[in-house]
Design a protein around this ligand. Sequence first.
Ligand code: ZN
Length: 457
Amino acid sequence: MKKILLLSLILLFPSFLQAGGPWKVDTITNSGVPARWPYDEDTGKWIIHWRVDPGPMTDGAIRVSSEAAVRDWIQPMLTEWQSVKLPYAADADPIQTVAIEFVLDGELPEDITAANYERWLEPGEGRYTPAFVIFDHDGSILEAMGEEYDKNKLVGLAEPLLDSTEMRIRGGYIILNGRMINGNPSSTTDAEATPEQFKAVIKHEFGHLLNLAHAVVNTEIALGCAGDSCNGNQGISTMFPDLRTVAQYTLHVDDKVGISWLYPTQDFQDKFCVITGEIQDEDGKGLQGVNVIASAVNDPWIDARSFQSGALYAIGTENGRYILAGLMPGVDYEVRYEELPVTEETDISAGYDPCSTECPSGFGSGLIAGPDGAASVHCDEGGRTIGMETLKISLAEGRAIDGSVSEGEGGGGGSGKKGWCQLERTADYGLRTTNFLGVFVFILILLAFRLHIGRAR
Ligand SMILES: [Zn+2]
């Protein structure tokens, strides 16, 4: 029994931290199916039941009740996720493309604090149903969780949790650090988020709870802007790993397409087109961890969506498939491949598995050819799928060798594996998020193992 538990945990582990598309996938049968919340036949929607910590949200000048926090901060973010619309034609109004509904099941039976949080985070069967939001009003829960969880930097963390099939989400949690909005912005040890920044993080964490991974479009804009210089820019996804600008408070097309592909309305499937393809290495083996972006030729910063190759499969699978959805009929799109921006300088160091500890790098970026080597592609009516030429990347030589329109430029890359989402004050970038969830998951696994040994005795 112990072996079975360990094995299942090991199998679970590689599924974490995938990017540009869904986060957690079925690693039991490696079927290429992402985990989703339960589907309700009556409403035709995927339903997310959640409950809230009855404790206060902050401990400072603007302390509020959990009721007020839900009403003013959380509910508006949920409303935006569940009412995502996209335009399917230039002369038509945007239509509803996502079919999800959040249902608040009330408060948890006790205030979650540093004294009792462990009991709530234990991965006992049924424990995480439904999802819940914990208000860590003074950062003391994060402090109790260990020194990797810096209460002075971490704003929120989130995780959806899967049932034993790994195809369905059975719950999850979000922890929000009220210390970041306690009205006490004291120097470097106690960063202070604005309400807009805090809400952007809440929106980001609920994106994770819905099983969205980190996503990167417009890398050059995201990495090039710092502090106020990128304010107002709408080119950076809410699910970008860093909070670079409060503009990420607004969902980007990349976020909207990502959530609509996971939880689509019939309209999304009927009125939009899809691009698929595969990235391979020089030996013809599927290559995970390459960022692929389809963007409109006439509106490349805004009408863009990303998918990380192989993200539907467990880490280490030789599968480099990508799926780019939400394409407007009649619009020309270019499909670009690039390295994930994981460098020492940016420190955007996680959320990019399935490349695990080392994302492929050194091959630069370029366009992927469409049918007959076309540099751009389009569909004439919704419901169509466009297959791109398979792109082969020579990792040894660091360049694309086949299936690309233009030659790659080469470039550096790094790696790192951390895990939960945080927002911290830095000299250059203002507030930023980083993902450290993997570490947290590992702690959960250790807890589960300890728990099991306890029972075995
Ligand atoms: Zn995140």
